[in-house]
Design a protein around this ligand. Structure first.
Ligand code: AR6
Length: 173
């Protein structure tokens, strides 16, 4: 078990971490779900900065300031829409975690929190998505002298938290 990984049940906008990750859409101009919650909590300056980014393709990530959030940064990543699994969704979701973590490292982020990307409005099955989240993050941390001290998987429901806790208790390998 990697002590740097943990799962909690919380509203991600309340977390005191260096960066929270947003499950955005490719416009980066806000939406529902966790995206809407982050924009509401951060305030309108976040949207102003996002407008200047010109969008973000699926699987990539972009970084902004956190404005009214306790988090210094927001890392916006665009998860895949679930289309049954044969449309490249898994590599795209993996890329979300890899690119978000790489951006974090580039901005000296030591503590970062992820929501369950793509598993709400975008319909990705939670079990499969959580497995990708945990295995990709483990692989990233073991392969990099990253400076990241803590990765929080921030679940909105108790059911999601149970899935993550089970995965984190399993030995990597
Ligand atoms: N804190 C933590 N997790 C949350 C919060 C919150 N405040 N609110 C929702 N979740 P979703 P997606 C969970 O739908 O599937 C937006 O409109 C939620 O329960 O937010 O990637 C974007 O603009 C679920 O577990 O993101 C895109 O258009 C997880 O966050 C689209 O939705 C992700 O659900 C992206 O869809």
């Amino acid at each position: 078990m990697d002590a740097r990984l943990r799962a909690i049940q919380a509203d991600i906008t309340t977390l005191v971490v260096d960066a929270i990750v947003n499950a955005a859409n490719s416009s980066l101009l806000g939406g529902g779900g966790v995206d809407g919650a982050i924009h509401r909590a951060a305030g309108p300056d976040l949207l102003d900065e996002c407008r200047q980014l010109g969008g973000c393709p699926t699987g990539e990530a972009r970084i902004t300031r956190g404005y009214r959030l306790a988090a210094k940064h927001v890392i916006h990543t665009v998860g895949p829409v679930w289309r049954g699994g044969s449309g490249g969704e898994a590599p795209q979701l993996r890329a979300c975690y890899q690119n978000s973590l790489a951006l974090a490292v580039g901005h000296d982020v030591e503590t970062i929190a992820f929501p369950c990307i793509s598993t709400g409005i975008y319909g990705y099955p939670l079990d499969a998505a959580a497995d990708i989240a945990v295995t990709t993050t483990r692989a990233f941390l073991s392969g990099n002298d990253s400076g990241i001290r803590e990765v929080t998987f921030c679940c909105f429901s108790a059911g999601d938290l149970g899935v993550y806790r089970d995965l984190l208790e399993q030995r990597a390998g």
